[in-house]
Design a protein around this ligand. Structure first.
Ligand code: LLP
Length: 410
């Protein structure tokens, strides 16, 4: 969706003060473009709405180092879900104590790495992990600070593929398991139980389930005075189209903060910071009319942005040049050999020809991080439009065919 950073000026699409066509001409397509102004202002808005909370940017949404560096410099901690993400976060300048390490299946090697780097929080997802971390911390003569991830058994109002808090999901531990762990804290002498963690899903369309989850979490920790921190995970939504109604960050805060008075609060937003700061630009290769449909075959597809194929997600697709011409319905499809390789169905676009460029909007989160090399397609470059709004630079180069074969030992 368009916003104050990604907007038209005299019929030309701009990212802040830079014409997107200028970037397309220089770096080629497909390419991701991000507005530094937009993601920093998204972070500031969350910081203002949750003034006393610790905001840990969820690196899984977009782990680009340049972006993470700017967010860290602006005061964000990091939510990491693998040793690889911790590695990235440290390179980006995050202080280890400002990193929370979550993840349903952390390996011993990853736990060891996190312990040895002094990572601030371990969000524990099962009893065996608790035992393993305790013994590793013991061997290292350390005490690790943990938050127990509760599966509150609530139904989040979101797509079923990104709901995590229902009782049948693999995430977190049941209320009974956590109660049991808390009564047996003494058995884990190298763990300090200080927090409870919930993350009931992503792109939450209302706060009802989050409120229920918070109430369940507080109920579990209430008898334990050392359990002072509530990590409510991510899930703050963004609008992917003008008619998608989602609570804004202020409304989200207003509905849950009153429940959390007296507790330290951690938040792990990813999408709400970076999604609407990013776009994927792509060029029409061919136009084909077939079976009563008009296809625009473009040079980006599910390899660059898998969200439409994986979650039937909607992303607005707009032309780089808007001349007010009448719209027609177009199927915007990628070049990958898969039927689901569709970026947009029935998109209303002006008449297109080969060579025209399009922008797939709200693609900053779960875009490049989920890109693949399927069909031996090099992953696209990433461009950052500086927060000064004028200069722009590559923050990741386009992969080459040699990059594709580099790890192989033939
Ligand atoms: N914390 C935890 C424990 C998470 O699992 C996630 C996301 C987040 C924070 C950040 O959530 P956010 O604020 O971005 O909603 N690939 C999917 C989304 C998967 C989200 C996974 N976990 C998509 O493209 O919609």
């Amino acid at each position: 969706m368009l916003n104050t950073s990604i907007h038209y000026e005299n019929g030309r699409l701009f990212c802040d003060g830079v014409a997107v066509a200028e970037i397309a001409a220089q770096v080629g397509t497909p390419a991701y473009i991000y507005s530094g102004t937009r993601f920093l202002s998204n972070l500031r808005r969350i910081q203002a709405a949750f003034p006393t909370a610790h905001i840990h940017y969820s690196a899984k949404a977009n782990g680009n180092l340049a972006i993470m560096k700017m967010l860290v410099n602006a005061g964000a901690g990091i939510d990491a879900v693998s040793a690889g993400e911790i590695h990235r976060a440290l390179i980006a300048g995050a202080q280890p104590e400002n990193i929370v390490f979550a993840g349903v299946g952390k390996t011993g090697q990853e736990l060891y790495y996190a312990l040895s780097r002094g990572v601030g929080w371990f969000n524990i997802e099962n009893v065996e992990e608790c035992r393993l971390l305790n013994s590793m911390a013991g061997a290292a003569q350390m005490v690790a600070r943990v938050a127990l991830r509760l599966n509150p058994d609530v139904a989040a109002n979101t797509h079923r593929h990104i709901a995590t808090g229902h009782g049948k999901a693999k995430f977190g531990m049941s209320t009974e398991t956590i109660r049991d762990l808390l009564t047996r804290q003494g058995e884990f002498s190298n763990l300090s139980f200080e927090g409870i963690h919930i993350h009931i899903g992503s792109q939450l369309h209302d706060t009802t389930a989050t409120q229920a989850a918070i109430r369940a979490a507080l109920d579990v920790i209430q008898p334990y005075p050392t359990m002072r921190t509530v990590d409510i995970g991510g899930g703050l939504p963004v609008a992917y189209s003008a008619d998608e109604i989602v609570p804004d960050v202020e409304a989200f805060a207003a509905s849950i903060l009153p429940l959390l008075e007296g507790y330290e609060v951690i938040l792990e937003p990813g999408r709400a910071i970076i999604a609407d700061a990013g776009m994927l630009i792509t060029r029409v290769q061919y136009i084909k009319e077939q079976g009563e449909a008009k296809f625009a075959i473009v040079d980006a597809g599910m390899t660059e942005l898998i969200r439409p194929a994986l979650y039937e997600a909607h992303h607005e697709i707009v032309p780089l040049v808007e001349q007010g011409l009448p719209r027609e319905s177009v199927q915007v499809v990628g070049p990958v050999c898969e039927t689901t390789d569709v970026l947009g169905r029935d998109v209303a676009l002006p008449p297109l020809a080969a060579g025209d460029c399009l922008a797939v909007l709200t693609a900053g989160a779960y875009g490049m991080v989920m890109a693949s090399n399927y069909n031996a397609r090099p992953r696209p470059p990433e461009v950052l439009v500086d927060p000064n709004g004028k200069s722009w630079y590559l923050v990741r180069r386009r992969e080459t065919w040699d990059d594709l074969v580099a790890p192989e030992l033939a």
